[in-house]
Design a binder for this molecule. Structure first.
Ligand code: ZN
Ligand code: ZN
Ligand code: ZN
Length: 373
């Protein structure tokens, strides 16, 4: 990311702060701080906090433990660095920065993922302050990806696609191996394809495929069953997330029918993801196909979630979310059908809404695939 990207994001943060009447934004753990500065705080007992005053009230200050300061890449104009020494009190530093830029009863927005330890100390040293979660300022901004972010997401998705293609092509042995062994291989392949870390690698075989978030275990994959593989990681700071369901033998007509219904629902969800369509409309477009096929009660989760620096973020593709899609919204479309105790099918791609229509970032095949592996 170039400095200009961070400067533009800071300008958007300032606008949103003004609209919300927020006097200072206090960012710590979570994805908000890296989104504004490029810096990811270490989740440790020493406080890292970016203090962002309202527009015109001074440059944001990144208060960071002295020993972690060398990890920070400066972004001139976006933030100044204030390292604190081992015997200093970082709460006092943040308190004085806040007092300088805001009045006696400021409205402060603090990272949703900041540790309670630090928030409680700040509440004691800033007794007049009112508090909000930072997501009230940042979530809707972060949901709309800029060009550099869409490219980063596309690269992460392409890397996940290469692993999905290996799975579909039978290069990842399944029959006779445990789910855990396959999960470890997928993890290894995601790293080999360039991810800096793997966030999950679900492998759910046979009856386990009926559990959408199954934890891969010691079950040995047999012939003639579905295997749901849902995996993703972080590449260049941005997340991938893909699901493919493969079969270790020709599925029964019922299972093949369910697969076709899920594939059609997934395509219908993607097609509907036009700028201006509501998030709940995309959920409905996918869900309607499954409901009309008679499996509505077995599609037990929302259709998708936003994705970016975090695996799950705004916008959520769920009934009741009447937020309209904007160019730059990036999210999963991942319908599934799960017959309890029997089997399940899910297909998932990451999609970006653009002015030219929905752009699927994943390209791995959706056809029913019997793998000889
Ligand atoms: Zn999930
Ligand atoms: Zn997934
Ligand atoms: Zn997902």
């Amino acid at each position: 990311m170039k400095a200009a990207h961070f400067a533009r994001r800071l300008a958007r943060v300032h606008e949103a702060m003004a609209l919300a009447g927020v006097d200072a934004l206090l960012l710590s753990l979570g994805a908000d701080m890296p989104w504004v500065t490029g810096y990811v705080a270490m989740p440790l007992e020493r406080l890292t906090m970016l203090v962002v005053p309202a527009a015109g009230q001074g440059v944001p200050t990144l208060v960071v433990p002295e020993l972690e300061a060398p990890r920070v890449s400066p972004v001139p104009g976006v933030f100044a660095l204030q390292p604190w020494g081992e015997t200093e009190d970082p709460t006092a530093i943040v308190t004085s920065l806040v007092s300088k830029c805001a009045g006696g009863s400021p409205l402060l927005a603090v990272s949703d993922r900041a540790w309670a330890t630090f928030v409680l100390r700040l509440q004691a040293t800033l007794p007049g302050a009112r508090w909000r979660p930072a997501s009230e300022v940042t979530a809707r901004l972060r949901a709309v990806k800029d060009e550099a972010e869409v490219e980063a997401l596309a690269e992460a998705s392409a890397a996940a696609d290469r692993v999905a293609e290996a799975l579909l092509g039978g290069q990842i042995a399944l029959v006779g191996r445990t789910e855990r062994e396959v999960s470890v291989e997928i993890t290894y392949r995601l790293l080999a394809e360039g991810h800096e870390k793997v966030n999950f690698a679900i492998v759910a075989s046979g009856p386990n495929s009926a559990s959408p978030h199954h934890e891969p275990g010691e079950r040995r994959i047999a012939e003639d069953e579905p295997v749901v593989c849902d995996f993703g990681g972080t590449l260049g700071g941005y997340c991938s997330d893909i699901t493919r369901t493969v079969f270790t033998g020709h599925p029964t007509p019922e299972l093949a029918r369910i697969y076709e219904v899920v594939a059609e629902a997934q395509a219908s969800g993607v097609m509907s993801a036009q700028v201006g369509e509501l998030c709940c409309g995309v959920d409905d477009a996918a869900r309607r196909v499954i409901t009309e096929a008679g499996y509505g009660e077995y599609f037990v989760h929302r259709t998708g979630h936003g994705i970016g620096l975090e695996e799950h973020e705004d916008p959520y593709i769920v009934a009741g979310n009447s937020e309209p899609l904007t160019a730059g919204h990036a999210f999963s479309v991942e319908p599934g059908v799960y017959l309890p105790g029997r089997y399940g099918v899910r297909i998932e791609d990451i999609v970006v809404a653009t002015s030219r229509g929905p752009r699927s970032l994943n390209a791995a095949d959706h056809s029913l695939t019997v793998v000889d592996a």
